[in-house]
Design a protein around this ligand. Structure first.
Ligand code: CMP
Length: 143
């Protein structure tokens, strides 16, 4: 079954939005396969956001994502990578539709509540980076 990596960022955790995020994905019908509250190391932040290393906001990005606890998750379900991106909304909260997580709760492009893998390849890479290869729980076919 397809899996994606989602992470409630420090602003989302601090504002008490973990439950809201979990609830939306549960109600949509996706299944939570792994989750942990953690503080990201500098090293992990640089690896996770490696594709943005040459962007002017890279320092701000890694400083913010390591600034407090995040809630890292693996979710599974049909087309979960693409659907989760729709449910998150556009990266810039000012451009995100109401009804999406960023549209309803986000404030700025940096403090935009949630990160989600943007492709199947990113999902595999990010799941391995945060959880290792065999961390996702396997649901029985009927559940
Ligand atoms: P995310 O989906 O976690 O992936 C990369 C992140 O970079 C993105 O969400 C934004 O939070 C962040 N980002 C993008 N543009 C900027 C910017 N101009 N300034 C600060 N952060 C940014």
């Amino acid at each position: 079954m397809e899996k994606t990596f989602l992470m409630v960022k420090p602003d989302g955790v601090q504002r008490g939005l973990i439950g809201e995020v979990i609830s939306r994905f549960e109600r949509k019908g996706f299944k939570l396969a792994a989750a942990k509250l953690m503080v990201i190391s500098d090293d992990l932040a640089k690896k996770h956001y490696g594709e943005h290393a040459d962007k002017p906001f890279f320092g701000e990005l890694t400083d913010f994502i390591t600034s407090g606890p995040v809630f890292a998750m693996i979710w599974e379900g049909e087309d979960v990578v693409k659907t989760a991106r729709h449910m998150m909304g556009a990266t810039k909260p000012s451009e995100a539709d109401l009804g999406t997580l960023r549209g309803d709760f986000g404030l700025t492009v940096g403090k935009n509540i949630i990160h989600g893998s943007d492709s199947l390849e990113s999902a595999e890479r990010e799941i391995n980076l945060f959880f290792g290869e065999d961390a996702a729980l396997e649901y029985k076919k009927s559940s």
